[in-house]
Design a protein around this ligand. Structure first.
Ligand code: 2AM
Length: 186
């Protein structure tokens, strides 16, 4: 099974994330993420045997969970091959990298194989397979700033989730397997 750990927004927060780029939907061609699927991935586990899922539920405890406050302030085009992803990106997220490292260490200690394909770069994918009118130069993978959000979206994160992902013709189908409450920010 494909699983991932993610920061999971409430429905109201997901609506705010979607609204940050809603005016672009008619003009940016791509596969837009369904509102209920919007999230911020921390770690991706490409292939987990079913019998290894149970131990994952006890992987997280309170000592691991920090207060997380994110200020989402930019929309970026992130080149991916001939196309691009549309990302909503936070600034000021030092506690996130620490959480990812702690989770990663615990997963590796359990013998889980992780995807090391990309260095951790926090983002919420608003759209995939975005068609860019001009081809990015070969090997060019630098993100392109599309918009600074003014005002930014402040997100006091309340939930860490373990989610399974199935690929369907109509898009990804996510199932929440477990979730943990983060301490309140204020
Ligand atoms: P994305 O939003 O950047 O596409 C479920 O597919 C989640 O896992 C998505 O949030 C996706 O990130 C992430 N994901 C999928 N494949 C991945 C990979 N090879 N490495 C890291 N994250 C991945």
């Amino acid at each position: 099974m494909r699983l991932f750990f993610a920061l999971w927004p409430s429905m109201e927060e997901q609506m705010r994330f979607r609204d940050a780029a809603q005016d672009l939907e008619p003009i940016v061609s791509g596969r837009w993420t369904a509102r209920e699927n919007l999230h911020l991935t921390l770690l991706f586990l490409p292939s987990v045997d079913e019998e290894r899922i149970g131990p994952l539920f006890s992987l997280v405890d309170r000592s691991l969970l920090p207060k997380i406050f994110l200020r989402l302030d930019r929309l970026l085009f992130q080149p991916a091959g001939q196309e691009a992803l549309l990302w909503l990106v936070p600034s000021g997220h030092s506690e996130l990298a620490h959480l990812v490292e702690s989770l990663r260490a615990r997963l590796l200690a359990m013998g889980c194989s992780l995807s090391f394909g990309r260095p951790f770069s926090p983002h919420i994918t608003l759209a995939r397979r975005v068609f860019l009118p001009r081809r990015p130069q070969r090997g060019r993978r630098q993100p392109v700033l599309l918009r600074r959000l003014s005002p930014p979206i402040d997100w006091a994160v309340r939930e860490l989730a373990l989610v399974s992902s199935e690929t369907r013709p109509e898009g990804s189908r996510y199932t929440l397997l477990a979730s943990w409450a983060l301490p309140a920010s204020a």
